[in-house]
Design a protein around this ligand. Sequence first.
Ligand SMILES: [Zn+2]
Ligand SMILES: [Zn+2]
Length: 307
Amino acid sequence: MPPHADVLQWEHLPFPKSLRDFQKLFKDDAACARYLEGAKWPKGFVCPHCEEKGEPFRMATRTSVLTCRACRKQTSLTVDTVMQRTHAPLTVWFWAAYLVSSMTPGMSAVQFQRQLGLSRYETAFQILHKLRAGMVRQGRDQWQTFKKALGMTKPGPKPQPIDIRFRRWINLDGPLPAHRPELGPCWLWTGAIRKDGYGAFQIQAKAEMAHRVAFYIAEGRWPDPCALHHCDTPLCVRRTHLFEGTKADNTADMVGKRRSTPRILTDEKVAEMVERKARGETQTAIAEALGVSQALVSLTLKRRIAA
Ligand SMILES: [Zn+2]
Ligand SMILES: [Zn+2]
C-alpha cells in the first residue's frame, strides 16, 4: 500500500448533511459497519482469502468482522485504517472523526473524552491522536476531513501516545526539595536538556519544555501562560511540583520559599532597606549601600509589601 493511501472509497456513499443526518446514518455499530463495508467494497463484498463474491456472514456481537460463506475465513472491516486493532466501538470512532473534522483545532483530549462519553482518558487520547495523524492533508470540506481521518493510515511506525513516549524519560527517584520535603521526591527529566536548563521534548513536531508537557499530559491543556516549579528544580516533571501562573507568580512563590530558608539578611538590614526605600533611594543604591545584589533588594522589598 502506498503511503497515505486512502484505503476506503466513499464517493458512492451518502453522507450526512447535518448532525441529525449523522445521528440517523450512524445510529449504531451495525450501521457504521455497513457503511465501512460499502467503503471497502463499493461493488459488494469480495473475500480477500478466496475471492468469493456474495453476502458474507455478519455477527451481531462483532460488527467489524465479516465471515466468508465459502471459506469461512474472517475479514476485518477496520484493517489498514486508523481503527485497526482498537476496542472502541465503531460509533465512537465515527463520532470522534466527526468531532475532529468539525471541532476547533485546540480541543483537548479531556474535552474530547467528555464529548465521546468515554470513561477512560487513555482511549480518548489514543483515538484523538490517531485521527489527527490520519488527517494528513486537512481538507476545507468537513466531510472530506472526516473521511480522511477514518480511512487513512499513517505510514511508518505506529504513533505512540505522547504520555507513553514521555514516561520513558522520567527518573522517579529524584531528590527531595530541600525547602519543601513534603512534596515528595522530584521526578527528573532524563531526556534532552535545553540551554536554559529545562528538559526538552518533541511534541507535535515542536520542541517543548518537558515540564510544560508534563502539565499538558496531566491536564489535557497547556499551562496558561507558564508551568512553574514549587521545587525550584528545572528538570522536574512531577505534576504536583508544578503550578500554573505567570513569571510574577513564580517570583512570589520564590519569595514565599525564602521565608523557610536561612535568611541572608538580618532583620536590621531589612529594616534599613525599607527605610532607605521610604526615603526614595533606588534599589541599586540600596544594594550598593548594603553590599547585596539588586535582585535581593527587589525580592526582599516585595516580600515586605506582601507580608
Ligand atoms: Zn472466502
Ligand atoms: Zn520537583
